[in-house]
Design a protein. Structure first.
Length: 754
């Protein structure tokens, strides 16, 4: 970079300031000039008007001339010698008043010119703005929709999202009054008071949201929502919001309130391909909207704000909560009394099963939600997209079959539900997503467990031990599996125990992780620090540990809730030799003309040392090391293949996990109960529960889709050394020099379970 001397910098700065002030001066001069021209024009027009008024010619060619004489004020005379120096003071006063008059004249010209300039610009902009707007008279006549097709990776149709233009239109007078009352109560309580835009309750709230949350939202009346859904795009911009307000005011001058409410009820989306109150009533309740009861009307009124989120099919808990919010709003606005509210809010949803043909439903709605985040739900449901997803329908159907058959075997253990997620670690592609045993089974079938918060149990330990390897521990480091009590200030004492209640004394880290012993894991976390572990886990893909004050040393044993999506991402770091690859579900998106509008791209981010990933994978695939806990022939072993795998079970047996991977595939499995009830205490990781399901799924993939049976290549900075039991151990280069590897440091030998 060129260095400038101090004098040159001063000259350069002076030049810049000179140019800046000249530009400002010329701009002001231009505005003053416009003001002067304007005033001269006004004076000329005024003179002409006075000429016509005061110089009129009457009959007999007589001219009446009217002269206007201004009243002259007497002059004030100062005697020159009355006060000493009075002439000097008078001269200064005259000079000052002259300058002041000149300033005010210029200021007047400036303000007048500015005002006229703004008016001209405003009129021109307004003309083109209004000209570009669609007419509210076209509501229901434009924005025809096209079906969006969601396909698997091979082009098989999974689901068709469409907007039915042949929907049944129903008259407002044929509907029960509480349908319109519920809609008004939750969407626009001042509907009958405003003229299309609610200035105080709407716009001011919207501006508050813009300032606080930095996003454009809120403030839309029913009229605004109608013109937005019928005439405008779903983009979130200030221009679109202004158009929406203008059209709402315009629509209110064309239609009555009843007409607007009727068009709204027949126009808006109630989820998926369901448009209009009549189609919504038939879909959700199997009857005409004429026959809806109060709580049913309240549920339908709850949907338009966020149809996908409040869908009673995919999110029944949120739908019920939202319905009761509508009922409460009706009570507060005196549409119903308190007794009616109390009775109605206790009623169940009673939704009819979804009859639409859909394959891989949990995955489809997961993809649909992502598309809505990208393009808005209106565009997704009307834009005619063709969406190629990452899902393989054959693998998906096999996963559904395996889950269903294996859960039937353990019904006696009070295991009623499960989930499977299959990914390709190198690309992050989701090959199969089974969110529950049956999507259409009430009451929780539509709930997607792969995206839900669950405690991972010991399945989180590989993530924690990978931090230990990054901080100087080795697979041969000796850990102490003996009783310990942690005392914290202001909190109860914490005394971790192993799953079998036994203690094994001094053991290597490899055996502590492979056998999933709890006490060594907690001691290692205490050494590493909870905050450091949270930072490390977030770096690897765990996104749910936001409030650090909620977590203690039990975090090493799965005390923090995670999602299966996040766990697959974190384990994918091991499968990708230290690189994090975010999961993705979409290969490409085309518009209705076949034009490519989105194509997925794999992004890799190195988050841990490749040597660390290799050593963790080697430990998790070591069937010899895990024999103490699981025996030599557990469901974690797939004959003929080397696979890294880890189980996890929570203390009360509410969650049971198995997650495993190869260089080609990753399979995560969960079993439990959606209502949170514990499973039978007989259930044991690696013998029953998730492990047999995982084994069948991974075996199917390896036998039918594996291109090779290769294991991970050893990184250059990994060295070998003969260690405990004369077996080979791996170290990050340099650390093998300080590892003793003496058998007498611990007193256990792997004894297979009977």
């Amino acid at each position: 970079m060129k260095r400038y001397k101090f004098r040159e910098l001063i000259l350069l700065l002076s030049l810049i300031l000179d140019i800046f002030f000249k530009v400002i001066y010329n701009l002001i001069y231009l505005i003053i000039f416009i003001g002067e021209v304007t005033q001269n024009l006004l004076l000329l027009i005024t003179k002409k008007i006075f000429f016509i008024l005061f110089y009129l010619r009457f009959i007999k060619n007589k001219v009446i001339r009217i002269k206007i004489k201004l009243i002259k004020l007497p002059k004030i005379t100062f005697y020159k010698n009355f006060f000493p120096g009075v002439n000097f003071v008078i001269a200064l006063f005259k000079l000052f008043t002259k300058k002041l008059d000149s300033f005010f004249i210029k200021l007047r010209y400036f303000l007048l010119g500015s005002l006229l300039t703004l008016i001209i610009v405003f009129l021109i902009q307004s003309y083109y703005f209004v000209k570009s707007l669609p007419s509210p008279a076209n509501i229901g006549k434009i924005n025809f929709s096209l079906s969006t097709h969601i396909l698997d990776r091979n082009g098989n149709l999974l689901y068709e999202i469409y907007r039915d233009q042949n929907r049944t239109v129903i008259s407002l007078k044929d509907l029960p009054p509480y349908i319109s009352q519920a809609t008004i109560a939750i969407e626009d309580k001042d509907f009958y008071k405003h003229k299309g835009v609610a200035i105080f309750s709407g716009i001011f709230r919207a501006f508050k949201e813009i300032i606080i949350k930095k996003e454009l939202q809120g403030g839309s009346t029913i009229t605004q929502q109608l013109v937005k859904s019928a005439l405008l795009t779903p983009e979130r911009s200030l221009t679109r919001k202004i158009k929406e307000i203008f059209l709402a005011l315009w629509a209110e001058r064309i239609f009555t309130k009843e007409q607007i409410l009727e068009m709204y009820l027949n126009q808006v989306s109630y989820g998926g391909s369901i448009y209009g109150i009549e189609e919504a009533s038939k879909t959700y309740f199997g009857k005409s909207a004429r026959n809806l009861n109060l709580e049913e009307a309240a549920l339908l009124a709850a949907l338009p704000q966020a149809p996908s989120y409040y869908s009673p099919y995919s999110n029944p808990v949120a739908a019920l909560k939202r319905r009761n919010e509508v009922l409460n709003a009706m009570r507060q606005q005196n549409y119903i009394d308190d007794k009616t509210y109390q009775e109605a809010k206790l009623k169940p949803l009673n939704i009819k099963p979804l009859k639409t043909r859909i394959l891989a439903p949990h995955f489809v709605f997961y993809v649909k939600s992502q598309l809505e985040n990208l393009y808005g739900f209106f565009k997704v449901e009307t834009g005619g997209f063709r969406v190629w997803t990452t899902l393989d329908l054959i693998i998906q159907e096999e996963a559904e079959k395996i889950l269903r058959e294996e859960l039937e075997k353990i019904l006696s253990l009070n295991v009623t539900n499960g989930a499977i997620l299959v990914t390709r670690p190198k690309t992050g592609e989701i090959l199969a997503m089974v969110g529950s045993i049956d999507y259409f089974k009430k009451p929780f079938g539509a709930f997607n467990v792969t995206t839900a918060l669950r405690q991972p149990g010991s399945a989180i330990k590989p993530v924690m031990y990978s931090l230990a390897l990054e901080k100087g521990f080795t697979a041969a480091s000796i850990l102490d599996d003996s009783p310990v009590t942690f005392i914290s200030s202001g909190g109860p004492a914490y005394k971790p125990v192993n799953y079998d209640g036994k203690f094994r004394g001094k053991i290597p880290l490899r055996f502590a992780l492979a056998n999933s012993y709890n006490i060594p894991a907690v001691k290692v976390l205490d050494h590493l620090g909870i905050d450091n572990f949270i930072d490390h886990a977030q770096k690897m893909g765990i996104s749910t540990w936001s409030n650090r004050s909620n977590y203690g040393l039990s975090l090493a044993l799965g005390g923090g809730e995670v999602t299966m999506i996040d766990m697959a991402t974190a384990y994918g770091v091991f499968a990708n030799s230290g690189y994090k690859v975010t999961l993705n579900s979409i290969i490409k998106v085309e518009d209705h003309l076949g034009k490519l509008i989105k194509k997925s791209a794999t992004s890799k981010n190195k988050v841990i040392n490749p040597a660390t990933a290799f050593i963790i994978s080697d430990i998790l695939s070591d069937n010899f090391a895990r024999q103490w806990a699981f025996g030599p022939n557990s469901s974690l072993e797939i004959p003929g293949y080397k696979v890294a795998v880890k189980t996890g079970t929570t203390d009360e047996k509410k969650d049971n996990w198995t997650i495993g991977y190869t260089p080609e595939f990753l399979v995560a499995v969960w079993v439990g109960n959606n209502d949170g009830t514990p499973m039978n205490q007989y259930l044991a990781s690696g013998i029953t529960g998730a492990a047999p399901i995982w084994n069948r799924m991974m075996s199917y993939l390896l036998k039918n889709y594996s291109s090779n049976n290769k294991w991970f290549e050893k990184p250059e900075n990994v060295v070998e050394k003969i260690c405990y039991f004369g077996r080979r151990e791996y170290f990050i280069a340099g650390e093998e020099k300080v590892a003793s590897c003496r058998d007498q440091l611990f007193n256990q030998t792997p004894t297979p379970l009977p």
